[in-house]
Design a protein around this ligand. Sequence first.
Ligand SMILES: Nc1ncnc2c1ncn2[C@@H]1O[C@H](COP(=O)(O)OP(=O)(O)OP(=O)(O)O)[C@@H](O)[C@H]1O
Ligand SMILES: [Mg+2]
Length: 328
Amino acid sequence: MGQNIIEIRRITKKFANARQYAVDDVSLNIPKGAFITIMGSSGSGKTTLLKMVNRIYEPTRGEIFFEGQNIAGLKVEEYRKKIGYVIQQIGLFPHMQVFENISVVPKSLKWDKSRIEERVNYLLELVRLQPHIYRNRYPSQLSGGQQQRVGLARAMAAEPSIMLMDEPFGAIDLITRQSLQEELLEIHKKLEKTILFVTHDIHEAFKLGEQVIIMHEGKVQQFDTPYNILFRPANDYVKKLIATESIFEKLRVLRVGSIMTPIQSVPQNAVPGAREDEPLSSVFGKFIESENRSLYVENSDGRIVGQIYWDSFQSIPTFKNGKIEYYV
Ligand SMILES: Nc1ncnc2c1ncn2[C@@H]1O[C@H](COP(=O)(O)OP(=O)(O)OP(=O)(O)O)[C@@H](O)[C@H]1O
Ligand SMILES: [Mg+2]
């Protein structure tokens, strides 16, 4: 089991009186430290799946292992404290101020006051809410985006090893949403937490997920890298799902890191021409505008970590023979 924090074995959920399975024979391995997004239409079973991982629902059949242990055998209350859960509706306690909302789980774990104090301030800074301004506000005195940030801080409060996030940015305007996405990516990079993140926004799924799970009618249709989902869809459902994305849209949601060639030794005079997290569409533009046929790629610390080649674009299936082909 080792590197998988969660292993899901043939899990099925059928609600009483329901005709169909909400989750239908799903098996998944979630590697420790991964950022995985789950995408699917409304009613495809995403929330039900997360709730079974968090033991809010018990599965009809199948088993879930957390760090190698069958969760059915763990004490629910203790197990849940190891999991950070951001629910689909923000779900802050309305009668509690921000500080109290965030400190619920640490308090129940009997952390001492100064440790809680320090942790809440740290988390508020992390989600970019200045503690002295926001800590004593009630949820009703915050904007939707600020409430989401508090929800995120609350889920991280007791240093859980995994975060389950159910459409956390669903009800937020595009600009705020983009900055929350960037912040979450930063937080993930910094803290190396495992994140399972549900969304029905294809761009959000591909931007955030190192791997993406596509669900439909309770089943996993494909669990793969954004690149493979966009260019090697596993079945007709996935093909249809991404058919609306033009080739430029696809390049826009993929990052340079997805097709770059890593390098170990960097020539002295090498100058970076692209960033690892830059969209492929912008590098495509750079190639077209210049004579360059390869660029050095730097990571967020400014270190050169790889190269990207014009020819790499040729290896993208839809660029076959130098022509752009579309899915229909
Ligand atoms: N408590 C419940 N009792 C009965 N049926 C339920 C219950 N919760 C969910 N369902 C049904 O199970 C199926 C999957 O629901 P689920 O909430 O997991 O979907 P979802 O993928 O999260 O959808 P959305 O994107 O709309 O949030 C749906 O058909 C839903 O009606
Ligand atoms: Mg849902």
